[in-house]
Design a protein around this ligand. Structure first.
Ligand SMILES: [Fe+2]
Length: 194
């Protein structure tokens, strides 16, 4: 992390989705880019994360989940057929006395058109509360929704207009390190991308 922390582990994969026929093609070796504006902390460069392992790339549940999430986020009126789908496996770690920060950039919006966020695991951590601040030109002064994901596959869906943040996680006892794992699946129209 550009803030000197090493509390975040992640893997990343990119797919092309042909919406009309539901076909997913994995794009090997893709890097991940965010602008400086979107991510002042770590943006402005192509970031190469560890790839999804082969068993994940071809996992039938993941592929069905991508199609399911896409269906929740779009309507039949959507004429775009080609989409780029980013899959992020993110683990934030907290050790005793050292918190881990899921959104070190603070209250922010994502670049991607649509995003689905699924909680995979919380182990031995406090915090990790989601805050949502509306879709105005600026974030609302107070969050208009607050939610802590507790259970496997607690999920939320949003688009690029939504301001959001997640509070740091802490490991408050002596059972050792804690972690919060999420699966992010994001979707961007790729018209013009062949
Ligand atoms: Fe975000």
């Amino acid at each position: 992390m550009a803030d000197g922390g090493s509390y975040r582990l992640r893997r990343y994969g990119l797919y092309q989705l042909s919406a009309s026929i539901g076909q997913l093609s994995h794009i090997p070796g893709a890097s991940f880019y965010q602008s400086n504006k979107t991510n002042p902390l770590n943006g402005g460069e192509h970031r190469h994360f560890a790839p999804l392992v082969a068993g994940t790339v071809n996992n039938p549940f993941l592929r069905e989940l991508i199609r399911f999430d896409f269906a929740q986020l779009t309507s039949k009126q959507h004429i775009e057929d080609n989409w780029l789908v980013g899959v992020h496996q993110i683990r934030i770690i907290a050790t005793l006395g050292v918190s881990g920060n899921p959104t070190p950039e603070g209250i922010h919006r994502d670049d991607e058109t649509y995003t689905a966020q699924h909680l995979i695991d919380r182990h031995n951590v406090g915090g990790g509360v989601n805050y949502f601040y509306g879709s105005g030109a600026e974030p609302a002064r107070r969050p208009d929704a607050v939610w802590k994901q507790e259970s496997y596959f607690d999920s939320y869906y949003f688009d690029r207009s939504l301001w959001h943040s997640v509070s740091p996680i802490t490991s408050g006892n002596r059972e050792g390190d804690g972690h919060r794992d999420v699966l992010l699946i994001d979707f961007v129209e790729s018209s013009g991308v062949n």
